[in-house]
Design a binder for this molecule. Structure first.
Ligand SMILES: O=C1O[C@H](COP(=O)(O)O)[C@@H](O)[C@H](O)[C@H]1O
Length: 259
């Protein structure tokens, strides 16, 4: 696993624009090298700000959107079209670029083919990931080019909350989450082993309310107490912050260029 790197931007708007530019470059490079690219989207304020910046960027036209696989790290298990669903909140981007619908992989809704059975919905997503994993991927999920995660004020990532059963999962790649401390209570989430199959994991945090979580997760506690600390990429783990979210980082963790 890779050692976390920290990048601090002036404010959350610049952070979103810079992360969008970084993502465009990664996708274009992966497509040039292999013909296709894969990303995992996150929900939450910072993930949505990044997607809005991506939709507005003139450089988005450099991406071959039809050769991009789009997955989600977690979903709120609600009816299709519910405004709280992460996929609904991503519509501003998804509807504005020419993606191949067969390469867009939302998690099931609570009124979808599995009804209210969140475990069945999680198993189905695990099967979809396994079917997409290639022989070189060394596992049951594709080696995503970039997997993005918003970091919650309690250090949760995806729907992996501190001390919750889902954060302890070592076998399955996708789980149903019950009793989430953040509404809604029922969710679907990739697990830490699935997250750690990505080449690059980017953790996004902006705003004062994230400062404690960022400092805690980067100060090497266990992943049960601070799930964000267990989210690492095979080749890169990047923390993309604004100054407010970086405010409580110990000086030795602060990148020299931002000091
Ligand atoms: O519930 C969730 O929360 C996190 C973080 O959200 P934020 O609004 O505090 O930035 C998000 O990344 C995750 O995907 C989501 O389902």
């Amino acid at each position: 696993m890779s050692t976390p790197q920290v990048v601090v931007h002036r404010d959350k708007e610049l952070m979103a624009r810079a992360a969008a530019a970084r993502l465009i470059t990664k996708i274009v490079d992966a497509q040039a090298a292999r013909g296709a690219a894969s990303v995992v989207l996150t929900g939450g304020r910072n993930g949505n700000a990044l997607l809005a910046a991506l939709a507005e960027s003139p450089a988005r036209d450099a991406v071959d959107w039809a050769r991009l696989d789009v997955w989600w790290g977690d979903e709120r298990f609600l009816p299709d079209g519910d405004p709280e669903r992460n996929v609904t909140q991503a519509a501003g981007l998804l509807d504005s670029v020419p993606l191949d619908p067969a390469r867009v992989h939302p998690m099931a809704a609570s009124d979808g083919p599995y009804g209210s059975d969140v475990e069945a919905a999680a198993e189905a997503y695990a099967a979809e990931l396994a079917a997409a994993a290639g022989p070189g991927d060394h596992g049951r999920v594709p080696a995503f080019d970039v997997l993005m995660l918003g970091v919650g004020p309690d250090t949760h990532v995806a729907s992996l909350f501190p001390e919750h059963p889902a954060v302890r999962e070592q076998t399955r790649t996708v789980v149903g989450v019950h009793g989430s401390p953040k509404p809604p209570p029922t969710r679907i989430s990739l697990t830490l082993p699935a997250i750690r199959a990505a080449h690059e994991v980017w953790l996004l945090a902006a705003g004062e309310d994230k400062a404690g979580a960022v400092a805690l997760a980067l100060s090497a506690p266990g992943e049960l107490q601070a799930p964000a600390s267990g989210a690492q990429g095979l080749s890169r783990t990047l923390w993309l912050l604004d100054r407010s979210a970086a405010a409580k980082l110990p000086r030795d963790l602060y990148p020299p260029a931002s000091a």
